[in-house]
Design a protein around this ligand. Sequence first.
Ligand code: URA
Length: 240
Amino acid sequence: MEERLQKVMAARGVTSRRKCEELILAGRVKVNGQVVDQLGYKVEEESDQIEVDGKVIGKVSFKYILLHKPTGFITSASDPQGRKVVTDLVKNVKERVYPVGRLDYDTSGLLLLTNDGELANRIAHPRFEIDKVYLATVKGIPSAQALHSLRNGIMLEDGMTYPAKAEIEMKDLERNQATIRLTIHEGRNRQVRRMCQAVGHPVIRLKRIQLGFLTLGNLAPGHYRQLEPSEVDKLRKLFN
Ligand code: URA
């Protein structure tokens, strides 16, 4: 079947479709030995040979891993300072997978890892408004007014937050702390921590329990599972 060159490149895991277009325009892509530097070129998926910077790109098998990230790991595939990284936890997967979005060093919870760059970019992009659900254990018991502010948007130093869902999940009056279930679809740096801090309730513990329709379920910290093919299909359909 004929498909646009950049679509086939992205599907083979080169990079996102947009970045593949840049590679094409830069003259770095050959089809059957000939440079193609115009967009709109179609290739025969099964038989045409595609090269990027002189390297033939074959079909890759995509892997989608749902990890329960423990605290004390950084969301990266490597760390120059030698700290523990989330990819150390994923054994028996020979493909190089990368985290989709990030969780702080001291945040635990659901983290997706994949070598499917295109899907990863889409999931992480705020335009697609994928809900992320967090349980934030905070100091103090938030008032109705504090919850109202979290829901309606808060002015942070990088601008107003989008409306969110915020509910008290649990109150611990003895310890004077509470757990808030917070649903946001943005992914700004330390956003949940900054939102809670801004309403006077610093975060003690933070865990992500859901990303879109994917939930952590019973996975123990440090454990992971591969997504079911039906879950991958469902993810792809979110962006069609
Ligand atoms: N918001 C935060 O503050 N930290 C995270 O790790 C994720 C969301």
